[in-house]
Design a protein around this ligand. Structure first.
Ligand code: NAD
Length: 437
């Protein structure tokens, strides 16, 4: 079924497209067409299996599919919508695959296909200048009738549907397009719009939101990495620095991954053209990227005398709270993949109550019962999921033998009692004995 006149089309059925579609469909009369180019993903969605887990999402999409308000298609042909939200994935840029190229390729098809006088909102994260580059593309394709806007997504996974209801929706218009018209259209759809004078300002603001967080966490991570090298507790130092001293508000250290924070620094830097010489944003990202290699060195040194150690990686989603099943750019997956390639004799296992085999690129043996945990030589706690500290989780941690080593990246074991394994919390300075000379 194609969408009716006045309905909305969402292009890209990943996290952003699905949550946006569900948000729009929460309005009773809204009709949405979801366009997803991956036919296997479309088949799954038609059978009620969606790529992402988000509280309430599947129910809204299932209901809308059954009452005919949500249709799902692999292509744009025949759509009658006049409003389009582009939610396609933008990659970490490389010399051969820039964010701009990905958007130009997708938008060429969209501009050629959508009806006259359509409005296109870009929701994907893009490099500064992309909206106006794409406006020029539309004009070059003879589609200056299309109005183009940058209206980025800023939600956090696990709370996206709640945040879509309250977060201000940033909006910038492409050169020559009416900001007021775009604002009116988004307001009609229920968004609380905040406008910028140009599309570039909104593009920079979106990148600022994530790169700012990345840099702030990198600062704490640098303290923690230094603490590990020197055998000094950065966690205690941070607590001491913050104590009754309002000018220091230093966050705790920890892995910074996921599909956005791991790449937005690089998308930000795409627009640099070598003119800003030093970059705190680049350095921050490199510091955050350096936690995994240091952890791998520590694990390798912990196993130096063992030919076939059993290592369990626990917490594979890129974050534990709010709960998500998104494993993209997670520390757990990065460490698992690296150790698989480096140490073919090691027995690698996983422990994760939130991740099914479907979410992993290859099936992995799991630590499930007490007997499995009793045989583990080392356990990496890679996120701060709730299941580590519920009573079943604590029993599993207590089953680890006293000879085993825990590398706890989030301090989740800090206040747990009855664990006989050796605990090494990231930032406490205990990794030093495993880092070699
Ligand atoms: N939490 C988040 O994931 C988040 C938050 C804010 C912003 N963003 C940004 O939003 C964008 C989308 O993120 P995502 O996580 O949903 O990406 P994703 O890669 O998980 O999903 C994108 C989907 O779009 C589909 N697709 C790609 N090109 C298409 C095309 N031409 N036509 C139809 N479908 C197409 C892909 O097959 C994929 O299923 C990215 O730019 C991302 O950086 C993501």
């Amino acid at each position: 079924m194609n969408s009716a006149q006045g309905s909305v089309s969402v292009i890209g059925g990943g996290f952003v497209g699905l949550t946006l579609a569900a948000h729009l469909l929460e309005k009773e009369n809204q009709i949405v067409t979801l366009v997803e180019k991956n036919s296997a993903v479309v088949d799954s969605m038609k059978n009620g299996r969606y790529l992402v887990w988000e509280p309430g999402l599947a129910q809204i999409l299932d209901d809308a599919q059954s009452d005919g308000r949500l249709s799902i298609s692999t292509n744009l042909n025949g759509l009658e919508s006049k409003t389009y939200f582009v939610c396609i994935g933008t990659p970490k840029p490389t010399s051969s695959n820039s964010t701009n190229n990905v958007m130009v390729e997708a938008l060429t098809e969209i501009f050629k296909t959508v009806p006259k006088q359509s409005t296109v909102f870009l929701r994907s994260t893009v490099a500064i200048g992309t909206t106006n580059t794409l406006k020029k593309l539309a004009t070059d394709l003879g589609r200056s009738d299309i109005s183009l806007y940058f209206a980025p997504e800023r939600t956090a996974e696990g709370v996206a549907l709640a945040e879509l209801k309250v977060l201000p929706q940033m909006l910038g218009a492409a050169e020559g397009d009416s900001l007021a018209n775009g604002e009116k259209e988004l307001s009609t759809l229920g968004f609380n719009v905040v406008t910028s004078t140009t599309a570039e300002v909104a593009e920079l603001a979106k990148l600022a939101c994530n790169t700012w967080r990345d840099v702030i966490f990198a600062y704490s991570n640098e303290l923690a990495l230094m603490g590990e090298v020197r055998g000094v507790s950065a966690l205690e130092a941070i607590s001491l620095a913050n104590y009754n001293y309002t000018r220091a508000n230093i966050p705790l250290p920890g892995p910074v991954g996921g599909p956005c924070l791991s790449k937005d620094a690089y998308i930000f830097l795409e627009a640099n053209e070598g003119k800003v010489r030093d970059s705190v944003i680049r350095s921050g990202r490199l510091i955050n990227d350096s936690i995994a290699p240091m952890l791998i060195t520590a694990i390798e040194n912990a196993f130096i005398d063992k030919a076939t150690p059993i290592l369990c990686i626990a917490g594979l989603a890129f974050k534990g709270k709010p709960k998500t099943n998104d494993v993209r750019d997670s520390l757990g997956i990065e460490v698992l993949d690296k150790l698989k390639s480096l140490h073919s004799t090691w027995k690698l296992k996983i422990w994760d109550e939130n991740i099914s085999q479907e979410e992993l690129s290859a099936p992995m043996p799991r630590c499930e019962d007490k007997e499995d945990f009793q045989k583990v030589d080392a356990l990496v706690i890679a996120n701060n999921a709730e299941f580590f500290s519920d009573s079943a989780g604590v029993k599993k941690l207590q089953a680890l033998p006293s000879s085993s080593v825990i590398f706890d990246l989030w301090g989740v074991t800090k206040n747990l009692e009855g664990i006989s394994a050796e605990i090494n919390i990231f930032g406490d300075g205990n990794w030093v004995k495993y880092l070699g000379k």
